[in-house]
Design a protein around this ligand. Structure first.
Ligand code: FDA
Length: 450
């Protein structure tokens, strides 16, 4: 068992932990980052599968994500726009396909009116939410007591309007059924991206990518830390007290003045604490859980949908793949589609044998793009639910009532132990931008304490 002494020990080499470690190092403090996996990046993972470069985890950058954009620029990386020329497609409950441009789905006029009104109403409510203090929103407790489904049912009887508005938060963002999280949690999701309208606008929320892949952000951040990033070192135990912390993995013991747990909150209890964390943290962490989505990658010889004047952008709350996009890599002649299968749909298809699941998913893509979609040259499903050190995707959120009850305590340090991840962020919540913001903020507070 090796032994090390540092000012700060960071647990987790995702975007948040690596940002915090770099900031502390810049401020003159000694750090070490302990990472469970054999790679850095956590939920950022750019890999080559059967000859195709795929973004298995996070990839998109949107205009309001200043922290991420700054980091990308500072690391010398380049951004490029997602392909979006041509028509988007929408499938209604009967399976009828309609091409459209703009943000609002091509639904019957009465449904469109309801959707526009709901978006306006939600934008108004979101404007009252400080994403860093959503529990201070007017009527926060009331809004946290009702599910997003329940709230939508109070607004309108129009099923298609409800299904579509729910999709923007449930299938597309929190990746949980809309009956399982609160209206307040939905408002936080929208407030963290600037407005509800931003979530409706795919050109905004999925605006840009990074040439060569977004995992380069954590890879380059880790390079700057050199030997102070230790891979294959899951943290098993953390002893803490007034004089600091001792963090133990299978091969090393680190003594430090402060510790940053830069892991999603549902994984905190994987570490044995001595003494145990206070009852508040024990309770709170049990009410935060990961959403679940399969990110499906299908690579074709050519981006054939473009020949038909399609942008590749596709939506339907009634399809197995509820949304899909042109995800062709920068400068690549081959065409890539990425589709998403969320929450209960993901549960259902994971009960099937792999071949049947693939066939069902590709058939769903073919409903948007035609039969050619059924014959990719490379096919891959990102399954973060099976990853021991993540256990879902994209991120964690509270169950009903949790945000108003515990939100204010989520980031509070416990003695020398600090918490940092995209799942605790205000702006950029559930996104890499939020992970970086949290990393910076936590480093600042830890440095003050040191
Ligand atoms: P993250 O989970 O990345 O890092 C935590 C690290 O801690 C991991 O490396 C883990 O192995 C490690 N760890 C856990 N327990 C440990 C222990 N006991 N000991 C040591 N190490 C431990 N965002 C975005 O901005 N745009 C997008 O397009 C997407 N899309 C997207 C798709 C998919 C499929 C996923 C899974 C996620 C996204 N996201 C996204 C979300 C984004 O990827 C995510 O919010 C951030 O990368 C999270 O960074 P963190 O550093 O907070 O956690």
């Amino acid at each position: 068992m090796g032994e090390m002494q540092r000012d700060v020990v960071v647990v987790g080499a995702g975007a948040s932990g690596l940002t915090a470690a770099n900031e502390l190092k810049k401020a003159g403090h000694s750090v070490v980052v302990l990472e469970a996996r054999d790679r850095v990046g956590g939920r950022l993972w750019t890999d080559t599968i059967d000859g195709a470069m795929l973004e298995l985890g996070g990839q998109w950058v949107s205009p309001e994500q200043d922290a991420l954009k700054q980091t990308i620029a500072e690391l010398g990386l380049e951004r490029y726009s997602r392909y979006r020329d041509g028509d988007s497609v929408y499938l209604d409950a009967s399976g009828r396909l309609t091409r459209f441009t703009g943000e609002i789905f091509p639904v019957p006029a009465a449904t469109e009116k309801v959707m526009v009104e709901l978006i306006e109403k939600l934008d108004g409510m979101v404007a009252q939410v400080d994403p860093n203090r959503p529990w201070e929103t007017p009527n926060a407790e009331e809004l946290d007591r009702i599910s997003f489904t329940g709230w939508l049912e109070q607004q309108t009887d129009d099923m298609e309007a409800r299904d579509n508005i729910a999709l923007f938060i449930a299938g597309a963002m929190l990746t949980k059924p809309a009956y399982s999280f609160s209206a307040l949690q939905a408002l936080l999701m929208a407030a963290s991206a600037g407005s509800f309208s931003h979530l409706v606008d795919a050109d905004f929320i999925l605006d840009e990518r990074v040439v060569g892949g977004l995992q380069q952000v954590p890879l380059r951040l880790a390079e700057r830390l050199g030997d102070d990033v230790l891979l294959n070192n899951p943290v098993r135990a953390l002893r803490w007290g007034d004089d600091g912390v001792t963090v133990t993995t299978d091969s090393v013991e680190v003594h430090a003045k402060q510790a940053i747990l830069a892991v999603p909150p549902h994984l905190i209890s994987r570490v044995s604490f001595e003494p145990p964390l206070p009852r508040l943290q024990h309770q709170m962490h049990q009410h935060l859980s990961m959403g679940f989505v399969i990110k499906v990658h299908a690579v074709y010889e050519r981006p054939f949908w473009r020949d038909a004047g399609l942008s590749g952008t596709a939506f339907s709350p009634y399809e197995l793949c509820h949304e899909a996009y042109d995800n062709t890599n920068f400068g690549d002649e081959r065409g890539t589609l990425v589709g998403f299968v969320s929450d209960t749909n993901a549960d259902d298809v994971f009960r099937l044998p792999a071949e049947e699941r693939r066939a069902r998913i590709l058939e769903s893509l073919s409903h948007y793009y035609g039969p050619e979609a059924q014959n990719p040259v490379v096919y891959y499903e990102s399954d973060w639910g099976s990853e021991e050190w993540t256990r879902g995707a994209y991120a964690a959120s509270f169950d009903l009532g949790g945000l108003a009850r515990w939100g204010a305590d989520l980031r509070a340090p416990v003695g020398p132990i600090w918490f940092s991840s995209s799942d605790l962020a205000g702006e950029g919540y559930q996104h890499v931008d939020g992970a970086i913001r949290m990393g910076r903020l936590t480093a600042e507070k830890v440095a003050e304490r040191l």
